[in-house]
Design a protein around this ligand. Structure first.
Ligand code: GAL
Length: 734
């Protein structure tokens, strides 16, 4: 089944809030949507107070008219349930359904996301409004998908949450002895003698119990999931043929274990807002898309993760067309021209069924009045809207790639619970961030030009079939079954790279004894008896001119060969990086964070040993290459994230070329171009001209300016800030 319902090709559009505008504006909206080739909009995400201004009193005529208008315009609708933002009347009527912070402060309405998912009144009200929408719009011809809620993320510590937590714990542990054992209750006199004594982790005198905190996070993810399921099941009953989803979001703060949630959605939908503004934004984009694709892998009947390369559709549900807030810094930043196009197509390259934005039209007021939109405050006569039109054209041209898969032979481990556990302030370094550890591993492979999946060991039995290389950064919690699977996989030929803080604890966050890294000690052939963390800026020289950061360990090789040694400090001469041959494979251990170049070089060596090739072996720095495969057809996506024109060796017909003009406008061209000729629209194309050059012939390898025809291997020029998608010559399947 291909979702969303009734939509062929790629999805393009964004959050649309007709409730914020007079109906005359709606007419212009639909006209502009058609101009931009928008085919899907998400309606009603925050419309609860317009839909139900007073308890039980529904005003839906405006939504009827908005959906009818969209339908007449040929635009399909993702209809949202508005439950992320209950109206003021609800919180006044049900103060017990307002969230309580760990400090005991009960929050009030006045923002959004102000509810407790464990409060019966909230759950009932959410079901009621969802049922009303399902009942009324079940047969609406514009309905393509349901969007439950928005970015489940509010955490609550109120008495309802406490009750539900206790029920969850009873189910997990059965009796208090087992809970006390798992929580190491003997430490600091924390043994519980009655379930009612257990609270969510509230503000307390000193460090909290790490396993209590970890279990609360697991519980709260399950509680939010239960709230989602309430609505999903009800919507499915009304409209069995309409898919249901909810949008996931990235970040350390997120209380949801998306890998476990993913199987509950018909289509995995993610929101992505890079937090970096330099070149790292592209790395973050690739990481987010690879994670989303991995979450969307189908789940077999027994819950096992399926082999590499199988793909269920997923969708980039929200991203920013331009200005993004950086709340931590108090400044918003504008996306450079070209980034909207490149980031959107980069998601498609990695499997997204399209590109959607927050938001269609910039609001006149409200907390996010200056967040960017496809139609900015300036209106359609704006660079941003013209870029949106060009992106619409690019997505139309890319429709043929829609069902193609993304093949990866390398994977990285991802475990939300390990990330949560590593946030405990009692660990030896508060400067280790799980998200950073994963990002560093992904960045190293990204810079090698290797496409990477994620595997989520805690989301079901781990199946590594199809992967030749696996990196486990800081996979802190590990059960014996995962360790056994890893051992079998390595013996059968897998190449495993494990970093510090992996396998150190069991799933209850209790440290495995006998030396680190507990669960993987034997497989790796090392025993580490001491952690020697470095401060946030501390470094340690390593052999080979490399540098270690953040973390050190006193490692003894017990069967492994040293690859890099510490070259200074108290560990001078001790192994820092090791390798052990195991059966047909190998297991590597990193006891420190290698500098970026060192990490990349090391993973390039492992990849070469494992037979994992970059997508384009000779791609130059700054060029990202991703391949999608559909039977015998292969599509090559090339992105030039640099500021210089670049030339890469590639073969095929140009499907889409996108370039940034010196004025900052975007230009997209495609299928009209014959093979061997691309449209280059930047001055850099003709050195010194500084002017757009229009059609620009691409000659055979090494010779520019000579028109080339046919399908032979050739060099193609990728404009700075631009992209190129080629349909490669057919090749035998497999
Ligand atoms: C998303 C959210 C949107 C909007 C956006 C701003 O996380 O779903 O409603 O707030 O952030 O970047």
């Amino acid at each position: 089944m291909r979702w969303p319902k009734g939509l062929d090709g790629l999805c393009y559009g964004g959050d649309y809030n007709p409730e914020q505008w007079p109906e005359t504006t709606w007419v212009e909206d639909v006209e502009l949507m058609r101009r931009a080739r928008v085919n899907l909009v998400t309606v009603g995400v925050f419309a609860w107070s317009r839909l139900e201004p007073r308890p039980g009193e529904y005003t839906v005529d405006w939504l009827d008219r908005a959906l009818d208008l969209l339908h007449r315009g040929g635009i399909r609708v993702v209809l949202a349930t508005p439950t992320a933002s209950p109206p003021p009347w609800f919180s006044l009527a049900h103060p017990d359904a307002l969230p309580v912070t760990a400090d005991g402060v009960r929050l009030r309405h006045g923002s959004r996301d102000t509810y407790c998912a464990a409060a019966p009144a909230y759950r009932a009200a959410a079901r009621r409004i969802a049922a009303m929408l399902a009942d009324r719009y079940r047969d609406h011809p514009a309905l393509a998908m349901w969007h439950v809620h928005n970015e489940y993320g509010t955490v609550c510590h109120c008495p309802h949450a406490a009750d539900a937590f206790r029920r969850w714990l009873r189910q997990r542990y059965g009796d208090l002895d087992r809970l006390n054992e798992a929580w190491t209750g003997a430490f600091w006199s924390q043994g519980y003698s009655d379930w009612t004594q257990i609270d969510p982790p509230r503000a307390t005198q000193y460090l909290s119990n790490p396993t209590q905190v970890l279990d609360f996070r697991r519980f709260w993810s399950d509680e939010l999931l239960a709230a989602y399921r309430d609505q999903r099941d009800l919507l499915r009953e009304h409209t069995p043929d309409v898919p249901v989803t909810t949008n996931y979001v990235f970040g350390d703060w997120v209380p949801v274990d998306h890998a476990r949630w993913a199987r509950e959605a018909d289509l995995v939908a993610v929101d992505h807002y890079p937090t970096e503004i330099d070149g790292r934004a592209e790395e973050q984009t690739a990481l987010a898309a690879d994670l989303a694709r991995s979450w969307s892998r189908p789940v077999d009947g027994d819950g096992a993760q399926p082999p590499a390369g199988r793909l269920r559709p997923w969708l980039l549900m929200e991203s920013a067309p331009n200005l993004i807030y950086r709340y931590a810094e108090g400044t918003a930043y504008a996306k450079e021209p070209g980034r909207m196009l490149r980031h959107s197509v980069a998601h498609v390259a990695r499997g997204s069924r399209g590109a959607m934005f927050f938001q269609w039209r910039a609001p006149r007021g409200g907390a996010e009045a200056f967040h960017s939109a496809m139609v900015p405050h300036a209106g359609a006569d704006s660079r941003t809207f013209r870029s949106a039109v060009q992106l619409g054209e690019a997505l139309r041209l890319l429709a043929a790639t829609d069902t193609a898969t993304v093949a990866a032979r390398a994977a990285i481990g991802w475990d939300a619970a390990s990330g949560w556990a590593l946030q405990h302030p009692g660990l030896p370094s508060e400067h280790i961030s799980y998200a950073d550890e994963v990002a560093a591993a992904h960045r190293a492979l990204w810079r090698c030009g290797i496409t990477t999946d994620f595997v989520c060991p805690a989301a079901g039995p781990l199946d590594l079939t199809g992967y030749r290389m696996l990196v486990l950064p800081a996979l802190y919690l590990m059960d014996d079954a995962v360790a056994d699977t890893l051992g079998d996989w390595v013996r059968a030929g897998g190449h495993l790279v494990v970093s510090y803080l992996s396998g150190v604890a069991d799933p209850d966050a209790r440290v495995r004894l006998g030396g680190y890294p507990g669960a993987l000690r034997e497989l790796l052939g090392v025993r580490s008896e001491e952690f020697l963390p470095l401060g946030p800026d501390g470094t340690e020289p390593l052999s080979g001119g490399r540098t270690g950061r953040l973390w050190r360990e006193r490692v003894e090789a017990r069967g492994a060969e040293p690859v890099l040694d510490y070259a200074g400090g108290v560990l001078a001469g001790h192994p820092a990086v090791t390798r052990r041959s195991v059966g047909a494979g190998a297991a590597w251990y990193l006891s420190t964070r290698l500098d970026d170049d060192g990490y990349r070089e090391l993973l390039a060596v492992v990849a070469a040993e494992a037979g994992v090739a970059p997508v384009l072996p000779a791609a130059s720095a700054g060029v990202e290459a991703v391949r999608r495969v559909d039977g015998t057809t292969r599509w090559l996506f090339l992105f030039n994230h640099g500021r210089e024109e670049t030339v890469v060796a590639a073969t095929g017909e140009v499907l889409v070329c996108g370039a940034v003009l010196p004025s900052g406008e975007i230009l997209v061209a495609g299928d009209a171009l014959p093979a061997g000729e691309i449209l280059l629209a930047v001055g850099a194309g003709t050195p010194g001209s500084g002017r757009p050059t229009g059609r620009w012939p691409v000659g055979p390898a090494g010779v520019s300016g000579t028109p080339g025809r046919g399908r032979g291997a050739r060099r193609v020029r990728v404009p700075p800030g631009g992209l190129l998608v080629l349909r490669e010559p057919d090749h035998p399947a497999g």
